[in-house]
Write a protein that binds this ligand. Structure first.
Ligand SMILES: [Zn+2]
Length: 72
């Protein structure tokens, strides 16, 4: 499951994050409370997962990656 990773803080408060799976960035700057920031980013991240990471395990690529590639 992808997670939000804090990438930037201002005065100790996170204002920018990225997706642990695909490095998509999210930010919640401006005059918002910490809760408003979290709500905004969590909502955006949830939508992002729905759109980009909906199919969790088993991943087709994981199966393909398990097959050794011939090396020349
Ligand atoms: Zn992502």
């Amino acid at each position: 499951m992808p997670q939000l990773i804090v990438t930037e803080k201002i005065d100790g408060n996170p204002v920018a994050w990225r997706c642990s799976d695909c490095s998509q960035s999210f930010s919640a700057r401006g005059k918002l409370t910490t809760k408003q920031r979290n709500d905004k980013v969590n909502a955006e991240f949830k939508a992002h997962i729905e759109e980009n990471h909906k199919s969790e395990s088993p991943r087709p690529m994981a199966f393909a990656a398990a097959v050794p590639l011939p090396r020349d």
